[in-house]
Write a protein that binds this ligand. Sequence first.
Ligand SMILES: [Zn+2]
Length: 292
Amino acid sequence: MEWRGRRQSNNVEYSSGSGGSRGGGMRIPIRAGGGGIGVIVIALVLWLVFGVNPLQLLGMVDTGDYQTTQSQTTTRPKGARSETEQFVATVLADTEDAWGKRFQTAGESYAKPTLVFFDGRVGSACGSASAAMGPFYCPNDQKVYLDTSFFDQLRQQLNAPGDFAEAYVVAHEVGHHVQNLLGILPRYHEAIRGMSRADANALSVRIELQADCFAGIFAHDESSAGYLQSGDIGEATNAAEQIGDDTLQRRGQGTVVPDSFTHGTSAQRQQWFEAGYRSGDVEACDTLKGAI
Ligand SMILES: [Zn+2]
């Protein structure tokens, strides 16, 4: 991807995690938004009774674990950004353009998300997270959280190298922010209350495939602007394949359990990324109705 010398977003923060405790069973996440511990207790009860993942109820998207952390965020002068941080800030700027344009066309204004770089672990308004959980989006503070060491994992363990694989990951998280602004994410979190785990997982897959489609829309605009280099789209579709639930499960546990899918199969993730990429059109990303 051609990114050097282009605009970098200023909607970037740096979290200095203070290292919460690891292990020792489940801990209560710190929650900056309303609700507090009562919500967490209710979420845990719902989890035990209905089998709904409390993280889904607390609003985090894309996470699988949580631990206690306190962290403070700071900004940093642009010159102090690492190479990877500059790249991510450029991708973020491009997503701002892509979505700003589309919201404007619809007569709305696009409230830009903040991207928080963290190292190891971080506290968010949705609870605390560790780098092991991968990048995630928290609707309560409208922030995308990214530990850039995830990109090493993407390249080395998940067999998804290339800068545009990384861009796809960032654009997918921004896709969740767009879903939040469109009211899709709040309706999703409402809907999964009281659902069986299998049903909630099935709905999660639809939400995730839409975020992939939205990432494809970003790729569409990068292509139109002439920023793509040969192989970029292949890097993104390969990443979509490598992080499909069936592929991850086959690699991790040797067997595939479709009821436990939360993000969709490799084929689905590629297909929906490509639907967004080819069309550049939000209308082509309706994963919530019909066959996926
Ligand atoms: Zn996601």
